[in-house]
Design a binder for this molecule. Structure first.
Ligand SMILES: *Cc1c(COP(=O)(O)O)cnc(C)c1O
Length: 227
């Protein structure tokens, strides 16, 4: 692995903060990178960071500045929910009704409100996690969300197909944006359902064009990672 020089982390963070359109949130994806690298991005102005493993989040959060807002972006196993919810400002990767229920139960038990995004599967790959478009639309039209007691659904998260085909990527992002807008239109009493998280290092400009207001950028800031 080649870590970029530390000045590059600062320069790339500053570049993003300067050039992302007004209203687009930067989530610096720091998974597999050490606390020292995170501090470079923090000192350059980033405050939202993304982690994909519960243990890694639990190890990093206590040794880094307390005003960092941690986003959990990996597949979350039910037995890790207890660890993650008190640390995460936002769990972006809620990929099933079962996980959502586990989060709600645990948040209630801990006396906190969990903030989550529902992950919708729009990519070509069959292995990717997430609600299908039909499932997520049904979840809202059936008003199943009303049974949540300690969870606030703040929006949706999506990933495009892993391809160089920009037409395909754009069509995936447009599909997710359309689902986001449909939910907002058909469930107008949903409060604070306002986050559309999509776009990574290689495709975030396309995501923003499609309507993303939060982007999750790792390798552009921190360089390559292991694994
Ligand atoms: C790793 C990861 C990212 C960041 O990807 P980069 O290509 O490094 O920018 C964004 N979103 C999710 C869900 C990820 O797992």
């Amino acid at each position: 692995m080649t870590q970029p020089p530390q000045s590059t982390i600062a320069q790339h963070t500053e570049h993003l903060l300067r050039t992302l359109p007004e209203g687009v949130q930067l989530v610096a994806v720091s998974k597999f990178h050490p606390a020292q690298a995170i501090l470079r991005a923090y000192d350059a102005g980033a405050r939202h960071f993304g982690e994909s493993r519960a243990q890694e989040l639990a190890a990093k959060a206590p040794v880094l500045p307390p005003d960092i807002r941690w986003h959990f972006i990996g597949h979350l196993q039910t037995n890790k929910v207890r660890t993650v919810i008190p640390l995460a400002h936002l769990i972006e990767s809620v990929d099933s009704p079962r996980l959502l229920q586990a989060i709600d139960r645990e948040a209630l038990a801990q006396g906190i409100t969990a903030r989550v995004l529902l992950q919708v599967h729009v990519a070509a790959e069959e292995t990717k996690f997430g609600f299908t478009p039909t499932e997520i639309l049904e979840y809202f039209s059936s008003r199943a969300f009303e049974s949540l007691q300690a969870t606030h659904i703040c929006g949706i998260m999506a990933m495009a197909s892993n391809t160089a085909d920009t037409l395909r990527i754009t069509s995936d992002f447009n599909r997710a944006a359309e689902i986001f807008r449909t939910i907002r239109r058909t469930t107008p009493d949903l409060r604070g359902f306002d986050t559309l998280s999509m776009g990574m290092s290689h495709d975030y400009p396309l995501a923003i064009t499609a309507g993303a207001n939060s982007v999750r950028i790792g390798s552009y800031i921190f360089g390559d990672r292991i694994p």
